[in-house]
Design a protein around this ligand. Sequence first.
Ligand code: MG
Ligand code: ZN
Length: 365
Amino acid sequence: MVLLNCGSSRSAVINGEAPAHTIPNSNKEKTAKNLILMIGDGMGLTQITAGIYDNNNFLNFEKFPVTGLMKTHSYDNLVTDSAAGGTAMACGVKTYNNGIGVDKDGIPVKSILEQAEEKKMMTGIVVTSALVNATPATFMAHQKLRAFTEPIAEEIANSGVDFLVGGGKKYFDRRDSDERNLIKEMESKGYQIEDFIKNRRIEDVSIDSAKRFVYFTADDDPLTKITGRDYLPYASKMGAEFLKSRSENGFFMMIEGSQIDLGGHATNFKYVMSELKDFDQAIKAVLEFAEADGETLVIVTADHETGGLTIKEGSKLKKIKSDFAYGRHSGTMVPVFAYGPGSEKFTGIFDNTELYRKMKAALAL
Ligand code: MG
Ligand code: ZN
């Protein structure tokens, strides 16, 4: 830390100015009205480190005044998948890999998003995967297996989540398991339904009169950042503003940089970096919102690391030499970053199920 923050003692390989970026933490000890949880799927400490150096020695991660470390193991495996990792953070229980919002015996456990809804808070989900993918599903659905994507879509359609952005339209309107059109059903429940065909860019959609809102960004998996996906930062801020303007009792939103993980599975460093920097732009947008709002707690973390990424000797700023151990998840701890009221709880080393309890305490849920 000292080496990077203090100009005089910085190592010679890091050139250029590195001012102190941290935002001062105001309103300590208070509970938060709103909570925005940002999950970088597969985002370990090395992904962030490489991203900072690859981005000329700065990413918005450095602005957070509070940092911690989180253990990610699942009930049955030291190396978690996104289903068990998401369930731990969303529901506060350890489950087996592949379990969605259920405990180790397959029994449904209420998520923090569902508990927020019961307290008449507004809720939102913004992801760069399909909405039925494991990470978002753990906040909205309860299924014994992550592969049950059509039942997950049905649960999402009935979830009452107020702001939804992500892919996976076909699981809602062209289903194999039944003839239902969940999009029509959601429309009748007051959702304004938009998609990438009607409006290629979410920026072109007006939501001023919407009570609830869904924007499908793809039929299945959204594009990668490299092949043209660009909605995450905008949709993150749009979601926060939408939920704030319609909520007296605060809101809970989960934003996922879903494809950092896919870059790791592909052992493709450029893929990882492009997705990580896109996620960082979403962090920037969310921190701007939270700073102006003053009542929003922002948590950034990961479900696990993917790829066993390493930064090798001979690396330079913007010229990282990297290697992956393999195209699978790894069991290393992941970092946690926190800003806003209640953020001081998120320091030290803790379990991913503890993240759930800390978030609930911060919201006084
Ligand atoms: Mg995910
Ligand atoms: Zn993965």
